[in-house]
Design a protein around this ligand. Structure first.
Ligand SMILES: CC(C)(COP(=O)(O)OP(=O)(O)OC[C@H]1O[C@@H](n2cnc3c(N)ncnc32)[C@H](O)[C@@H]1OP(=O)(O)O)[C@@H](O)C(=O)NCCC(=O)NCCS
Length: 389
């Protein structure tokens, strides 16, 4: 029973949009997206150029320190990442005790939490210490993901090979085989494409946690937890299930028509920010065409391409185009990854962005505290429990 007071309906000049759509959280020099034009920029460099010319190591340096490294800086940085790759035995023991069937993202989240529990300086919140933790986690995320994949398949984890690049070593730790140059190149470009993407849900989650001056391990655990969801990083897993369900390019038309008629959200399409073609999907589409052919999985690419050719004319007018997750699954499948691993690969790529954004925000930190529009009752009369119906 209300007693006349009007529920709060407006917040002065603040516009309310569900999901904080369009809300501005902070100023940044890290990355820029123009969703109408389909642009993605890291520290001033177009993503297409970085995917073609840069490596994961170089891009991680760029995103964290604000400029491309000199050769000497890159050598020192790469050495630092290589030194940080091995994971401690206490962590390996803990991972072995988790159920084999646990979702790889849940294991990654748990692993980061365990590392935090063992770090006596975890709660020292200053930039050098957070940078130390961040770099350590960037290096170790690939090792943990590799160990998770091996253990899921009942295989022994493989220690990192210091002679291999981050991407090649990641593939090696997952599959047990040193990858050919093209596969290593595709994984490297794929990681570069995933490094940063503005105030996406997982990066924002990491920043919200860090803004309360909680530790970086907690912030990255939150980032992993958010990325796990099917509306975010989990979409590539859903795309792969969809492509297998469709069953081939000849069956795509009937499947797409039905999905559109039923107003289903088609995985790998649509984006909160891009209302044009996601530039990352363009790069990955080209790699997908080549690698699926090399691995004898060309039907997967053909099915995906056919779906794209049907969905874009039907929904492109609404700003629905393939997103980063649409082709990445076909690449991972061709490389031999179980689709439950896909979001973990995303996380291996995304961690430099999460770390960089937290490091950028902390020096002028202000705790995040949005408001909600209250639409509930006011001034209800408290009814003793014996009198409630
Ligand atoms: C990413 C996503 C959550 C963005 O959501 P959003 O910005 O809130 O967009 P909305 O859900 O408001 O959708 C706007 C319109 O486009 C439609 N739409 C959005 N994504 C769609 C998709 N994947 N397939 C079909 N239609 C879609 C919606 O039905 C809605 O149509 P309407 O205006 O007729 O009701 C959404 O596009 C989605 O769920 N995509 C599939 C999952 C995915 O690939 N996620 C990875 C993102 S990188």
């Amino acid at each position: 029973m209300t007693t006349g007071a009007e529920p709060q309906k407006f917040l002065g000049h603040v516009e309310f949009k569900r999901g904080l759509e369009g809300a501005i959280t902070n100023e940044t020099r890290i990355g820029y997206i123009d969703g109408e034009k389909g642009w993605l920029v890291y520290r001033g460099y177009n993503i297409e150029d970085l995917a073609e010319h840069s490596t994961f190591e170089e891009t991680a340096y760029l995103i964290i320190y604000g400029r491309l490294p000199t050769r000497a800086e890159l050598t020192r940085w790469t050495d630092r990442l290589v030194q940080a790759r091995p994971i401690p035995s206490y962590l390996m023991d803990a991972l072995r005790r988790l159920p084999k069937e646990a979702h790889p993202m849940a294991v990654l989240r748990t692993a980061v939490s365990i590392l935090g529990c063992h770090d006596p300086l975890a709660d020292k919140i200053d930039i050098p210490n957070c940078e130390r933790i961040g770099v350590d986690l960037i290096a170790k995320m690939a090792t943990i993901a590799g160990a998770v994949m091996r253990m899921r398949n009942g295989q022994e984890p493989i220690p990192p090979d210091p002679k291999l690049s981050h991407a090649a070593n990641f593939l090696y730790m997952c599959t047990g085989k040193v990858p050919d140059d093209f596969s290593a190149r595709v994984m490297d470009a794929n990681l570069v494409l995933h490094v940063d993407h503005g105030m996406n849900a997982s990066t924002f989650t990491a920043m919200v946690i860090a803004s309360s001056l909680s530790d970086l391990y907690s912030a990255i655990c939150g980032g992993i937890a958010s990325l796990k969801g099917p509306l975010h990083g989990g979409a590539n897993e859903e795309v792969m299930k969809m492509l297998l369900e469709v069953g081939g390019p000849d069956k795509a038309e009937a499947w797409v028509r039905k999905a559109i008629a039923e107003k289903r959200k088609i995985s790998g399409f649509g984006h909160r920010v891009y209302k044009a073609y996601d530039p990352r999907a363009k790069v990955l589409g080209k790699f997908s065409e080549r690698i699926t052919k090399l691995c004898g999985q060309e039907r997967l690419y053909q099915t995906a391409k056919k779906i794209e050719e049907l969905v874009v004319p039907a929904l492109g007018g609404k700003g629905i185009f393939p997103n980063v997750d649409f082709y990445s699954g076909t690449i991972y499948y061709s490389m031999g990854f179980d689709y439950a691993m896909y979001t973990s690969i995303f996380m291996v790529g995304r961690i430099p962005g999460q770390v960089a954004r937290v490091l950028e925000y902390l020096p002028d930190n202000r705790i995040f505290r949005p408001r909600a529009v209250y639409v509930g009752d006011l001034n209800l009369t408290y009814v003793p429990i014996e009198q409630r119906g």
